[in-house]
Design a protein around this ligand. Sequence first.
Ligand code: EPU
Length: 418
Amino acid sequence: MAERLVIEGGARLQGRVAVSAAKNAALPALAAALLTTEPVVFENLPALADVTTISRLLERLGAEISKGAAGETEVRVAELKSDEAPYGLVSTMRASVLVLGPLVARSGRARVALPGGCAIGLRPIDQHLKGLARLGAEIRIENGYVEARASRLKGARITTDLVTVTGTENLLMAATLAEGTTVIENAAREPEVVDLAVLLQSLGARVEGAGTERIEIDGVPELGGGRHRVIPDRIETGTLLTAGAITGGDVTVTGVVPRHLSAVLGKLEEAGVALEMGEATIRARGPERPRATDVITQPFPGFPTDMQAQVMSLLGRADGTSRITETIFENRFMHVAELCRMGARIETDGASAVVRGVSHYQGAPVMASDLRASAALVLAGLAARGRTEVSRVYHLDRGYERLDAKLAQLGARIWREP
Ligand code: EPU
């Protein structure tokens, strides 16, 4: 039977906790290893179900992956054995689509299952495909698969119709081996895109402008090996700080890059959380009761959609009414009904949720629907009176490395039951 998390609410979290490496930087970084025959060494991959899934996919494609001392992982794709990402893997993890750009760039062909919908919305990949077509790939969609072919990709100017994180990453990776210069306009500016560019540069790629809306790539005939340290997970950092805040506790997260969290920290302050920033630490001291504030999700540097659910749990306890607007995904309010089962007063109205704060949550059995929704339910459980049981905890394990253990280390009464 699937595991559940049991939480006895009410403990004020206190202490220091180290953040893990970022899931959403590790996944494209692993896919980038497909671009070279040489070994790429990752110093700090997080132990996450999604990292295992993409590692399996890479192995199917021909990668040899070995673990070294001190937590290092070496990935080497000396020879591609397949060009196919099968439906079984892509349907468990949409980010599998990140192999599309590297495969077509390296071998001139790729066959990747169309991801289809997921718990947080439709999430098409049309911008990835349009960009690859601009680079000269011939794209066909047949039997639920995308087939991309090109003898060698050719640099081009690409303007995406909307800001897409993995779309930018796919095109950035593909362009590193294209002939000539590629310019990606309206590029995603997320720190994870910058981290990928840093890795690609260390492999010999010529990339400029990552972190701005215009990325320029001068294609090279081949890339070499390299070594990479993945950036800290800004969403895990935000989640741990919110755990401190929602329990009225005092939590310091270490190993962080504070500037990756500006929008989240701004909202926590508006909610009455006292913050102290060090060079690589952030300390959050929670108010007795948060203040209401409005939140609107935006591409980076705006407020991240991946923190929307967790901040809703915080504002659900606020003194006053908040409005939370989700602009990135059309169906990312699955946590609302579950929070209401814990006593929250939240109504959705299209892309907005009106959150009328309650003084306390009540513990209840609840069900996780996706990764960040699970985190939101755990946070509410920490602050609730009584016992909360979160089922389908595998959603949490996709993207948080031992979140329950880290929370327990801060004094939470939280454990797993079969
Ligand atoms: N979109 C399109 N067409 C495309 C690509 C995107 O219409 O070709 C739409 C999407 O449907 C969505 C919006 O554009 O409405 C933005 O999607 P984006 O492509 O930026 O999302 P993603 O790259 O699939 C990454 C993260 C998500 C995170 C989003 C937004 C990874 C592996 N995933 O997804 O992370 O929510 O960016 O920041 O990097 C999570 O970690 O919980 C998670 C869902």
